[in-house]
Ligand binder design. Structure first.
Ligand code: UGC
Ligand code: NI
Length: 169
């Protein structure tokens, strides 16, 4: 198996795949008579196709052993998909560039506590991957008619390792 080591998630590194959802380095302004700070327009929500609408969901993810055996990635051709953790624990994000309709070599990112991600429409990604314990996420994605998931199974799985030695499964 080829091993890929996760890198720290940054807005710049993730830009080809979507948005990093965090307050750091973003525009914000006070609302509610100064009692609330709005961190505004952090990610691009896309919902295309017939009868498209935006869904707000909660995903309760079960952790995966590390290093992760990545045998499949998927994408959503009709909309974006955002994952925002409700607890400040890091999780694993895996994405692939698209190469003529097939996923290229995966890239893995370890989020900082509290960071979320928004996969741009059609971005190849691994499924939700918490680390070490069950974690809830607010998930914003697309509902409506038509099929919004395409899966790709690798002929040879990849091993996705965390940057430090914390890869014990
Ligand atoms: N299938 C589903 O809703 N979840 C996946 O899209 C995922 O990215 O985890
Ligand atoms: Ni998905």
């Amino acid at each position: 198996m080829k091993t890929i080591v996760a890198e720290a998630l940054t807005r710049e590194a993730f830009a080809p795949f979507g948005d990093v959802i965090e307050t750091e380095g973003t525009e914000s302004f006070l609302i509610n008579n100064g009692k609330c700070r709005r961190f505004h327009d952090l990610a691009k929500v896309e919902a295309g196709g017939e009868n498209a609408r935006v869904l707000i969901n909660i995903f309760r993810g079960t952790p995966y052993p590390m290093p992760l055996t990545l045998s499949m990635v998927e994408r959503h051709p009709l909309g974006s998909q955002a994952f925002m953790p409700t607890t400040p624990a890091p999780f694993l994000v895996v994405v692939c560039p698209d190469e003529a309709g097939r996923p290229g070599r995966p890239r893995a990112f370890l989020t900082a506590p509290g960071q979320g991600v928004n996969y741009a429409r059609g971005t190849w990604h691994g499924v939700l991957t918490p680390i070490g314990k069950e974690q809830d996420f607010v998930v914003v994605d697309r509902g409506g008619d038509g099929n919004n998931v395409e899966e790709h199974f690798f002929t040879e799985p990849y091993s996705i390792a965390l940057p430090e030695t914390g890869n014990a499964s």
